[in-house]
Design a protein around this ligand. Structure first.
Ligand code: GLP
Length: 259
């Protein structure tokens, strides 16, 4: 199913030409296949392009499909540069819970990418603020990502931009909310082991991407996705800032969409 957001959700979308598209898939496998197809199209169109990548359980299936496509010779990563959204702080890149480790394990170790062109904020940098500034300048120097892949937190967070009264537009060090620590505890021995801080692109960095694809799977993302699809913008749902971009595709499953 594919239709413009305006018709689907909001019959009166504030008279702006809201071009967010919603693709509702039957299940997780279809979400993975559809999103991999969209990312692969960008890689084929721009073999030296910049991919903005995300971690979390949701994009794992998409990465597996991209690995398959690469093995079959359908897509070539040799000229591709990647920029990841975020990383825990502080954390060693060798820690198996770091996002650098996740990316190596799920994608980079299995495709013909030049590891030197893969970028994740450095969780081991001695000065977090300096690392955030360096990373922001680097992403901007690339002209932003050609496509940015996103997941969504159940509280509407994007990367580690958590709901708050104010959001920071650029890459920065942030503290994680209780809800996010709780949601991510499943990957750690206990909630106490989840780092309390992270380095994250800001919503402005994310919105500098030319195209954005946001993946959401399962009923527990329904409320956050519906808040985003209202078409308004609020710092209490960072995902709603995607309404400020004119090339966003949401790929979700029926359980997420229907609630
Ligand atoms: C994490 C990440 C986000 C991710 C989100 C959802 O905290 N920082 O980038 O989108 O949570 O994760 P999941 O896909 O596992 O639900």
């Amino acid at each position: 199913m594919r239709f413009p957001l305006a018709e689907a959700i909001n019959p009166n979308p504030f008279e702006r030409n809201n071009t967010m598209e919603v693709i509702v898939c039957k299940n997780y496998d279809e979400v993975s296949a559809k999103s991999a197809e969209i990312v692969a199209a960008v890689i084929k169109a721009k073999p030296n392009g910049v991919l903005g990548l995300a971690t979390g359980s949701t994009p794992e299936g998409m990465y597996a499909k991209l690995v398959e496509m690469n093995k079959k010779g359908e897509i070539d990563f040799s000229g591709i540069t990647t920029v990841n959204l975020d990383e825990y702080y502080p954390i060693s890149p060798e820690n198996d819970q770091s996002y650098r480790y996740f990316m190596n394990k799920n994608l980079f170790d299995h495709v013909n990418i030049d590891k030197a062109k893969t970028n994740v904020p450095n969780g081991a940098a001695p000065d977090g603020d300096a690392e955030a500034a360096r990373y922001e300048a680097y992403v901007r120097s690339l002209g932003g990502a050609d496509i940015q892949v996103l997941g969504i937190g159940r509280n509407g967070h994007i990367a580690f931009n958590e709901p708050d009264t104010e959001l920071v537009p650029v890459t920065h060090v942030t503290s994680l909310t209780e809800d996010t620590i709780d949601a991510n505890a499943r990957f750690f021995a206990s909630a106490a082991d989840v780092p309390t801080h992270a380095l994250t692109m800001g919503m402005g960095t994310i919105l500098s991407a030319k195209k954005i694809i946001i993946l959401a799977n399962g009923k527990n993302k329904h409320d956050a996705v519906m808040q985003m699809l209202k078409g308004t913008v609020t710092t209490s749902c960072p995902a709603s800032f995607l309404n400020l971009h004119d090339d966003v595709i949401l790929v979700c499953d029926e359980a997420c969409y229907n609630g």
